[in-house]
Write a protein that binds this ligand. Structure first.
Ligand code: IMP
Ligand code: MG
Length: 180
C-alpha cells in the first residue's frame, strides 16, 4: 500500500495504524455476523465520517443486508460539537419491522447517536443496535453506549480513516492526532 506521506507530516502522532484498524474491524464483522445469523440487516451508515469504516466492515459480513446512508453533521468545521445536529433523512427508506444497525465513525458527546436512534425508533424497527469504530472516553452530554465498539480512545480530536478536520484528512489510511 502507498503511504500518504504528505498528510502524515501534519500529524503529531499516529493513534491507530491501518493494520490495527483492519484487524479490529475483522473481529467486529465476525461478531456482528454471528449475532445476526439467519437475519437480514438494514444498515444505516452515517456520512461522511463512517465512509471507510462501513465499507471495510460491511464487505466482511456475510449476511443479506440493505444499506442506507444518512447525512448528519454537528461539528460544522470546528473541533467541538456545536450541540445542534442537522439530519438529512432519506426519503423512501423503510425501517418498520427491520433489524437496524446504526453505524458511525466516532461517539463523542453522544448527540448524534442518541438523536438518530430516537428518530429511528419512531419508525418501529424490530431491533436497533449501534456500532462505532471509536468511543471517546469523556463526559457525554447525551448518554449513549454502543452495542459494538472498535476502540476506546482518550478525549482528543482525531483525523483519518474517514474523519476530518475542516473537510481534510478523511483519506488518511490510519487514525492520528493533528499537530497543535
Ligand atoms: P457526537 O454527536 O458529539 O457524539 O459526535 C459524533 C460526530 O462528531 C461523529 O459522527 C464525527 O463525525 C464527529 N466527531 C466527533 N469527534 C471527532 C473527532 O475527534 N474527529 C473528527 N470528527 C469527530
Ligand atoms: Mg459524523
Amino acid at each position: 500500500m502507498t503511504t500518504i506521506t504528505g498528510l502524515l507530516s501534519d500529524l503529531d502522532r499516529v493513534l491507530l495504524s491501518t493494520e490495527q484498524i483492519h484487524a479490529r474491524i475483522r473481529e467486529m464483522a465476525a461478531q456482528i455476523e454471528a449475532d445476526y445469523a439467519g437475519q437480514t440487516l438494514t444498515v444505516v451508515a452515517l456520512m461522511d465520517g463512517a465512509l471507510f469504516f462501513v465499507s471495510d466492515l460491511l464487505r466482511q459480513i456475510d449476511l443479506p443486508m440493505q444499506i442506507v446512508t444518512l447525512g448528519a453533521s454537528s461539528y460544522h468545521g470546528s473541533t467541538q460539537s456545536s450541540g445542534e445536529i442537522t439530519i438529512q433523512w432519506p426519503k423512501n427508506a423503510q425501517f418498520k419491522g427491520q433489524h437496524v444497525l446504526l453505524l458511525d465513525d466516532i461517539l463523542d458527546t453522544g448527540l448524534t447517536l442518541t438523536a438518530i436512534s430516537e428518530r429511528l425508533r419512531q419508525e418501529q424497527p424490530e431491533s436497533l443496535r449501534t456500532a462505532v469504530l471509536l468511543d471517546k472516553k469523556r463526559l457525554r452530554t447525551h448518554e449513549a453506549s454502543p452495542d459494538y465498539c472498535g476502540f476506546e480512545i482518550a478525549d482528543e480530536f482525531v483525523v483519518g480513516y474517514g474523519m476530518d478536520y475542516q473537510g481534510r484528512f478523511r483519506n488518511l489510511p490510519c487514525i492520528g492526532i493533528l499537530k497543535p
